[in-house]
Design a protein around this ligand. Structure first.
Ligand code: ADP
Ligand code: MG
Length: 218
């Protein structure tokens, strides 16, 4: 599903953020990327997400050469192939919970009826349907992250990418999100998550990749 071949990402003259990383992730795997701060974890995730381009090597996701996409191809790729979840949720605070979740489908051109049905289904499956008409700012961190996961899944992405998804949560909410990601993996979702949370890696991941100084250490 995901193949990185000799991927590097350098910024200016500094040491490369990623240095000759090769990594293959099969459909249905849940992989945790671990490593100290500054080791290149977010850089790796952003390259898979099509948010950034490598300075060397190739990135292929679900048959798409992500490193070769132009601007519009990249936007379409991000809408259709990947869902992203961030530490700080990145929900739009002036849209309702429902509108946040339905937005990717509207941008992707799904019909209004189909996108509304999908949003209702996801909000129910993730246990946040009762907040549909409210605003994200009123929810707890764990509830917000559930909404963010619903949004990420809206267009049935080939891969779900999560960057420190429990990093801003208290331990009860963290446990909740851990369980949710583990269930998604059990349902066959391919997941790559970056985390410092060893409990999350242990519960959800079938494999861990450790980065040190932009290289795969193990
Ligand atoms: P991690 O997520 O593991 O903490 P990052 O992937 O965010 O690490 O960063 C890896 C390295 O790349 C760090 O040294 C960081 O300072 C550098 N870096 C990341 N983004 C940029 C950027 N936009 N410009 C310059 N350096 C960057
Ligand atoms: Mg990071």
């Amino acid at each position: 599903m995901i193949e990185l071949r000799s991927v590097s990402r350098a910024y200016g003259d500094g040491p490369p953020a990623l240095n000759d990383v090769s990594l293959t992730i099969a459909r249905g795997e849940a992989v945790a990327v671990l490593g100290p701060s500054g080791s290149g974890k977010s850089t790796l995730l952003n390259l898979v997400a099509g948010l950034d381009r490598p300075t060397g090597g190739t990135v292929t996701v679900d048959g798409v050469r992500v490193d070769e996409l132009g601007e519009s191809g990249s936007a379409r790729y991000r809408r259709t192939k990947v869902g992203m979840v961030f530490q700080s949720f990145h929900l739009l605070d002036d849209l309702t919970v429902f509108d946040n979740v339905v937005l990717p489908a509207q941008l992707g051109g799904m019909s209004r009826g189909a996108s509304r049905r999908r949003a209702v289904e996801l909000l129910e499956a993730l246990g946040v349907a009762r907040f549909a008409d409210g605003f994200p700012g009123r929810l707890s961190g764990g509830e917000r992250q559930r909404v963010a996961v619903a949004r990420a899944l809206m267009n049935r992405p080939a891969v779900l990418l999560a960057d420190e998804p429990t990093g801003a949560l208290d331990s009860v909410s963290g446990q909740d999100v851990r369980k949710l990601l583990t269930e998604l993996h059990a349902d066959g979702q391919t997941i790559v998550l970056v985390t410092h949370d060893l409990a999350l890696a242990g519960a959800c991941a079938t494999r861990t990749v450790r980065l040190v100084d932009g290289r795969v250490a193990s």
